[in-house]
Write a protein that binds this ligand. Structure first.
Ligand SMILES: NC(=O)c1ccc[n+]([C@@H]2O[C@H](COP(=O)([O-])OP(=O)(O)OC[C@H]3O[C@@H](n4cnc5c(N)ncnc54)[C@H](OP(=O)(O)O)[C@@H]3O)[C@@H](O)[C@H]2O)c1
Length: 248
């Protein structure tokens, strides 16, 4: 079998980093991106030495060109593309601002679409593309309208992207996490609560399975979608929420 290779955007922390670790353990050659120099430096220390860690802003098409060129030079081709770089910016109708709105859509929607466009020449026939969305895309949560809208836009693209790439056997699916214990979740809870641990415990209690997700819950699902076990799944959203969002 030819080498399995993966590019993970937003792979320097949380869900993306856990996915890099799982895929690397399964024999993939892995490249990850992150935006902030400190998160890139930390990922270089914490991930295995042969994981390629690149600094790139998902909003920048020029940065994406550089990533594709460096990954192409290192791996030749890609069998998995995990489009996971994302931001969450809580804003209500009272607090919403144009810069925040533009940032959220630039990273979560435009960045995802154009990374796929630019990575296409590297994707092997039969490759798997997975996009991180989120259960909030189709559910209500105060302050989440803009982030939800950016994810819902991606969700709307998935079936058509899957159809356009089906002739090459390339599968395109979305994975939708529920609340997951990552730096993003902890940062946004810190802005709303003095006692993050108590807030997380209360959120866990409301979840049907009684806990928040850990990054490995989502990473395992991404690894499944990347694998031949998911060879006949395309154009779908796989929800990984411990049952959150299923009750009336
Ligand atoms: N955690 C949840 O409960 C949850 C729920 C639903 C969906 N999600 C989605 O899951 C994905 C991963 O989030 P996470 O929870 O694992 O959070 P995280 O630990 O904060 O990871 C986010 C990753 O995205 C990268 N990133 C952010 N902005 C970027 C940019 N402009 N260019 C390139 N990379 C950028 C970050 O790099 P830097 O650190 O360098 O910025 C980091 O590697 C996101 O798309 C998020 O919307 C998360």
């Amino acid at each position: 079998m030819s080498a399995r290779t993966a590019l993970i955007t937003g792979g320097t922390s949380g869900i993306g980093k856990a996915t890099a670790e799982i895929l690397h353990n399964r024999g993939y050659r892995v490249a990850v991106t992150g935006q902030r120099p400190e998160s890139v430096a930390r990922a270089r220390e914490e991930l295995p030495d042969d994981v390629l860690v690149l600094r790139a802003d998902a909003r920048s098409l020029a940065d994406t060109d550089t990533v594709v060129s460096e990954v192409g030079a290192r791996f030749g081709s890609l069998t998995t593309l995990f489009l996971n770089a994302g931001v969450s910016r809580p804003m209500t109708l009272d607090t919403g601002d144009e810069a925040g709105y533009d940032e959220v859509f630039a990273v979560n929607t435009k960045g995802v679409f154009f990374t796929l466009v630019k990575a296409l020449p590297l994707l092997s026939d039969g490759a798997s593309v997975i996009v991180t969305v989120g259960i909030g895309a189709t559910r209500s949560l105060t302050g989440n309208s803009v982030t939800a809208g950016s994810h819902a836009a991606m969700l709307g693209m998935i079936p058509t992207l899957a159809l356009e790439l089906a002739p090459r056997g390339i599968r395109v699916n979305a994975v939708s996490p529920g609340f997951t214990d990552t730096p993003m979740t902890r940062t946004s809870l810190r802005a709303q609560s003095d006692d993050v641990a108590a807030t997380m415990a209360a959120m866990a209690e409301k979840n049907p399975l009684g806990r928040l997700a850990v990054p490995e819950d989502i990473a395992g699902t991404v690894a499944f979608l990347a694998s031949d076990d998911a060879a006949y799944i395309t154009g779908q959203e796989l929800v990984v929420s411990g049952g959150a969002g299923m009750t009336l």
